[in-house]
Design a protein around this ligand. Sequence first.
Ligand code: NDP
Length: 395
Amino acid sequence: MARVLVIGAGGVGRVTAIKCAQREDVFDEVMVASRTLVRCEEIAKDAPRPISVAQVDADYPENVVALIRDFRPDVLINVALPYQNLAVMRACLEEGVDYIDTAAYEAKDATGFTYKTQISEFSESYEKAGLSAVLGCGFDPGVTNVWVAYAARHLLDEIVELDIVDVNAGDNGLPFSTNFNPEVNIREVTLPARYWENGSFKEEPAFSTRWDFECPDNLGVYPVYRMYHEELEPITWHFPSIKRATFWMKFSDVYIDTLRALERCNMTSIEPVDVGGVAISPLDFLKKVLPDPGELGPKTVGKTCIGNIMTGFKDGKKKRYFIYNICDHQDAYKETGAQAVSYTAGVPPVLAAELIVKGKWKQPGVFTPEQLDPDPFMDAIGDYGLPWKLVELDS
Ligand code: NDP
């Protein structure tokens, strides 16, 4: 039995904490801690058994150290924002706690998401301390990385092409909203679209390349656009046979038009401006006036579909496979009080924590999910609420 500390109480933190509380057979004590205590208390009210709550500002390692000394977790799941990753990893190292997160560290003033900082800063020290860190273990990144490892072990001798497709076919009735943290989401989608081709990343302006993607299980056809997503980085490091890797995400016309208008007005910039003597970042301000993704649960209907199309060779023959998950917004909401985007991101790190405490993913060092054994993850993720289907496509 293990003690788990969840940091962050947004939409994803809600799902992660409630899922941990459901697994009394694995986690005998659960704590959710975040910057705003009342959000933790709201989660605790909805949990299936009593869980502890605490206030913590995780920008400072010493605060997280104090919390760890008080609660004494075996494993920590960091689902606050990527800006806190280094501070939380440092605290886990100091106190000897295994670590999981769902998004690569990014400095507030940086222009891209990369795993390099966390890996270069902590690989050696985690390995020496016998601690495990699993980075980027939500759905995408996360499950999408595991699917690549699974295909490489069971389906293909060599993977040569990878398309990761993320379609939120749900509807919340609002003209413009983001599915998760608006600041992270808007920064991610306005970056140039980078994709892997023949040994290097190529770049084009955001929303340049569109594909009308037909979702499986009669979910419909949706426009998806090429964009950069952080799992492309470690997947292409660890599977060098991949010649082309692209991430595609669905955006509606109204979403793109609104975003372009906001960009034209400089509202997506993080550079602070002086407003009556107060320095305000336009994106921070925008975040305050946009709908809170954590509150979209009751309004959102429909489903999400995330899948990997992987092409390669098996015994010299060209093969193409599609592995995907479909998740229903209202089912996710009924179970956890959060919509499917938070649900798909919040469930996988709980399974990662279980695999670490049970020794199946306990491996000293800092890893991304495609480096770990995919089999116990694939065996259990369906029972956790995220079943997957595998189909062979025409090659
Ligand atoms: P939210 O903005 O809804 O929630 C973030 C939470 O972190 C809030 O509770 C916030 O507190 C808390 N927080 C922020 N700063 C601090 C701090 N300094 N100390 C302590 N707590 C802090 O985001 P989401 O729940 O939508 O997303 C959470 C994470 O999950 C993000 O890193 C996001 O990138 C990642 N994600 C990953 C996905 C995947 O599939 N891999 C998909 C979706 C999200 P407060 O309430 O005070 O603001």
